[in-house]
Design a protein around this ligand. Structure first.
Ligand code: ARG
Ligand code: ZN
Length: 471
């Protein structure tokens, strides 16, 4: 009698432990990671470790179809979760089982797995989809740009939605396999190393692999007719560059700039330390967009960057981002200064190297050329607002802030900070307060006032970036 009672108590406990979850304990993941600038970007409840993106693209019609397989880990008990995506979805499977899905908001894809996901468990999510990405507008635009002979995916912060479903926020980095089938005669350009190229029945499949963590906005894809150059730097790094065959009068200036990628990476390594990735290069598609973007290992350059002759400065800027932005990434978009301030400062250093003005001279010029009532000074580089994320103040005042830091801590500590930070945070994420704490640790100086003055005050600092008396 007594014995039987004990047994039933034990089974009751077992039952309780193996079914912790009344369905009510499993909650939907949030529709955003909580970014103050972009509340719906990224998603809550899971992290992604790998994307396998397998596509087929027809340039003549802009038809894209494919399958993306996502390896994720649940960070809470999940009844459902969101992905960010813009194209039409045919099927979603989670751990092999067909999942329900629905769309909401602008770019939310809500996935309800057949079986809920326990916190800490791994999930394999397979999404089959197709669409004509250039015709799909979200918030009034598409980041998928058609060219006369193909297309390009590049944009910041938005670029992924038009070609792969993702947890679209730089706080969740993952490795990538990107494999795309295109009609014979086209090239496919993407991140990392080209690990496969195979033709069959009129179609060629290119397989690219980025084996280091990469933010979603740094994944890129281009299809079209390109001239490709390959090389290896003196330090052994593979270089892969590509130029649209249709660049017209910008073709030579583009090559005279981008072909110097290997040399410029080696030069930047002197300031920033060892290059963090296993491949490097850039591509210049025949797009109308004039911007450039630091897409990981394979920089996107709008051809207008080269409209007035060679532009090594933009190459330096985008390569500097490989350390500041790509290897060490933002945890939140409001910290964009960590990317753009340092990339612009690298251009100051390059100018100095080329005898075209020292970093101090350029910083003094920025300070002097904007009068106190200039709107320029109302943008706080350390928190510019989503609308001003890429305002010139983030770049120019942001670089002056770095010169002010240099003057405050002295050259020796400054150069140790510039090189030490990308090593300290390699392949990770960080915030401006993290950087300030690191700079204070290395320099042994309190820097709160300096950061407040240069990054967080919406008016012109009383004095320019002059050397401190004790520096
Ligand atoms: N991070 C880019 C740069 O190199 C800025 C891209 C701005 N995005 C855009 N769509 N205009 O400075
Ligand atoms: Zn930049």
């Amino acid at each position: 009698m007594r014995k039987r009672l004990i047994v039933s108590a034990a089974s009751a406990i077992t039952l309780f432990l193996t079914v912790p979850a009344s369905a009510a304990d499993f909650q939907p993941g949030a529709a955003g990671v909580g970014d103050t600038y972009y509340p719906t970007y990224g998603n809550g409840g899971y992290h992604v470790s790998h994307y396998d993106i397998r596509l087929k693209y027809q340039p003549a019609t802009d038809e894209l179809e494919g399958t993306t397989t996502i390896l994720a880990t649940a960070t809470q008990d999940l009844s459902r979760f969101n992905l960010d995506f813009a194209l039409n979805v045919q099927e979603v499977r989670v751990n092999g089982r067909v999942a329900k899905f629905a769309t909401s908001g602008e770019q939310e894809l809500e996935v309800t797995p057949a079986r809920p996901l326990a916190k800490g468990s791994q999930a394999t999510v397979v999404v089959r989809y197709k669409g004509v990405p250039s015709t799909v507008k979200k918030y009034g635009f598409t980041a998928w740009q058609r060219t006369p002979d193909g297309a390009v995916a590049a944009g910041e912060p938005e670029s992924a939605w038009w070609w792969f479903p993702s947890n679209d926020h730089p706080s969740d980095k993952a490795t990538y396999d990107i494999s795309v089938q295109v009609p014979d005669g086209n090239e496919v350009i993407s991140n990392g190393l080209l690990v496969g190229k195979r033709s069959e029945a009129g179609w060629t499949r290119f397989s690219w692999r980025e084996n280091k963590p990469q933010a979603t906005y740094l994944a890129t894809l281009a299809v079209g007719k390109f001239d490709v150059t390959t090389d290896t730097t003196p330090s052994g790094l593979p270089v892969y560059n590509a130029y649209s065959k249709d660049l017209g009068e910008n073709a030579d200036s583009a090559r005279a700039s981008v072909e110097r990628t290997g040399e410029l990476v080696d030069w930047l390594s002197g300031y920033f330390g060892e290059y963090p990735f296993s491949s490097v290069g850039g591509y210049v598609p025949n797009v109308k967009a004039g911007f450039a973007l630091e897409t990981q290992t394979r920089v996107f350059y709008g051809p207008r960057q080269f409209a007035r002759g060679a532009n090594t400065s933009v190459v330096v800027h985008e390569l500097a981002h490989q350390w500041y932005g790509d290897s060490v990434s933002l945890s939140r978009w409001s910290d964009i200064w960590l990317n753009e301030g340092f990339a612009r400062y690298a251009q100051f250093l390059w100018s100095e190297h080329e005898n075209e003005g020292t970093a101090q001279e350029l910083a003094d010029y920025v300070y002097a050329s904007h009068p106190a009532d200039d709107k320029f000074w109302t943008v706080k580089p350390g928190d510019p607002g989503a609308e001003n994320q890429f305002d010139t103040a983030v770049y120019d005042r942001g670089a002056v802030a770095i010169q002010a830091l240099r003057n405050a801590v002295g050259d020796d500590a400054f150069l140790r900070i510039l090189k030490g930070w990308p090593a300290e945070r390699r392949y990770g994420n960080a915030t401006i307060p993290d950087f300030q704490a690191y700079a204070e640790k290395i320099s042994g100086k309190p820097l709160g006032d300096l950061f407040t003055t240069w990054l967080f005050t919406p008016s012109k600092p009383a004095t320019g970036p002059v050397a401190a008396v004790d520096a």
